[in-house]
Design a protein around this ligand. Structure first.
Ligand code: SF4
Length: 223
């Protein structure tokens, strides 16, 4: 049974989860402060998205392909769209109007990244799509894929209990942070090197400032 937790007007974008999984400040800069910047990887990813949405993708025999399928989950408070959903024949699948047999949904997201942290964040976004599909259509969505159209490579992603739990926790965290409308200070990590918002964020300079501020605060408190 689906527990309805959010009103439609309170739904937040699924795409925010990939930013939140990468860095909470990055999510806040995009979602709260409406800053966005493309770097090479995001620009290449956008080009791949356009290709997916323009229909230039091969279909595989035996699969039904739906492009830009709108998604939502009232349970998790999410809305968005899937680049591609393949419906594959499966004895444990669901019925689809106008098509004979049983089918299992297999979401595919077009992404471009050689960065490990970003790849893990994409898995969260894809898993959120799977959770939406399960809520909307019924049935189980066990696997999906990240498709790198430049390398023409499909990376399979299994929606394990751990990934599902992380995705649900991040969805709840995103709603909490959105309610606070506050942008956290930067923490400079190696992920910053591949972050497209590094010029807007100034992680090294601001991290130093906040370290000095924290030091002065703790020093004053100990006197
Ligand atoms: S530059 Fe670093 S701290 Fe700033 S948003 Fe990106 S990942 Fe987060």
């Amino acid at each position: 049974m689906t527990l309805v937790s959010y009103a439609e007007s309170d739904l937040l974008p699924i795409s925010g989860l990939q930013h939140l999984a990468f860095c909470e400040r990055r999510w806040a800069l995009v979602q709260i402060e409406s800053i966005w910047a493309d770097n090479r990887f995001t620009a290449e990813g956008n080009a791949l998205h356009e290709r997916a949405h323009s229909g230039e993708i091969e279909s595989r025999p035996g699969a039904l392909i739906r492009r830009t399928l709108l998604l939502h989950s009232l349970r998790l408070g999410l809305t968005g769209q899937a680049d591609i959903v393949e419906f594959q024949p499966s004895a444990a699948g669901i019925r689809l109007a106008g098509h004979r047999g049983l089918w299992t949904a297999f979401p595919i997201e077009y992404k471009r990244s050689r960065d490990k942290a970003a790849s893990k964040a994409f898995h969260v976004q894809l898993c959120a799509q799977a959770l939406c599909l399960e809520e909307m259509l019924g049935g189980s969505v066990l696997t999906g894929a990240i498709y790198d159209g430049t390398a023409r490579r499909r990376q399979s992603v299994e929606f394990t209990p751990e990934l599902r739990a992380r995705t649900e926790a991040l969805a709840a965290r995103m709603h909490l942070l959105f309610g606070l409308r506050s942008t956290p200070p930067p923490v400079f990590t190696k992920a910053c090197k591949s972050c497209s918002l590094v010029e807007d964020c100034h992680p090294q300079a601001l991290s130093r400032q906040s370290s000095v501020a924290e030091y002065l605060k703790s020093a004053l408190n100990t006197r």
